[in-house]
Every structure is written in C-alpha cells, then in structure tokens.
Design a binder for this molecule. Structure first.
Ligand SMILES: [Zn+2]
Length: 89
C-alpha cells in the first residue's frame, strides 16, 4: 500500500502517464480510498489545467513544493482538529 507521502511524490508521473500499469493500479487504489489524496490529485489536475498542458519538464520545484506544503499544512490541521476533541479517558 502506498503512503500519502508516496502519492505526492509520484502524482506527476501518474498524471503524465509515465507509470507502469501495476503502479497506476496501486495509485488508483490509494486515491480511491483516501479523500486527502483525491483532493490533492484534483488540485494537481487544476494546477496543470491552469498551465494549459502537462509540462514537458517535470513540474517546477517551487510549484511542487508549494503543493506539498499545502498538503502538509492541511494534514497538520486535521491532526490539530483531532487533538482538539475532548479526551474521554
Ligand atoms: Zn492518501
């Protein structure tokens, strides 16, 4: 099973069709079960859509880093939310 971190690392390969069939299946399986990665994938597609095409070069590092930061910040927010819930023990 791929981790969310791995998904963020291979999402451009997936979108550019540079992935082996077995890897695509594993990617899709994770995204199918993980709403975080579904949202991330949507965001990546929107980013690529705003560029008008798939980049010939790998995604610029700054764009990729920004997305990763947003993704990380969002995960942190979810964790913070979970922590806010009152302890029952
Ligand atoms: Zn995930």
């Amino acid at each position: 099973m791929l981790s969310c971190q791995e998904i963020t690392e291979i999402v451009t390969d997936y979108l550019e069709g540079r992935m082996r069939f077995a890897d695509r299946m594993r990617f899709q399986m994770h995204v199918g079960m993980c709403k975080h990665c579904r949202a991330y994938l949507r965001q990546m597609k929107a980013t690529i859509g705003s560029l008008g095409k798939l980049p010939d070069e790998p995604m610029p590092t700054d764009v990729r880093d920004e997305l990763r930061e947003r993704f990380a910040a969002w995960n942190d927010a979810q964790l913070a939310d979970a922590r806010k819930k009152p302890e029952t023990t």
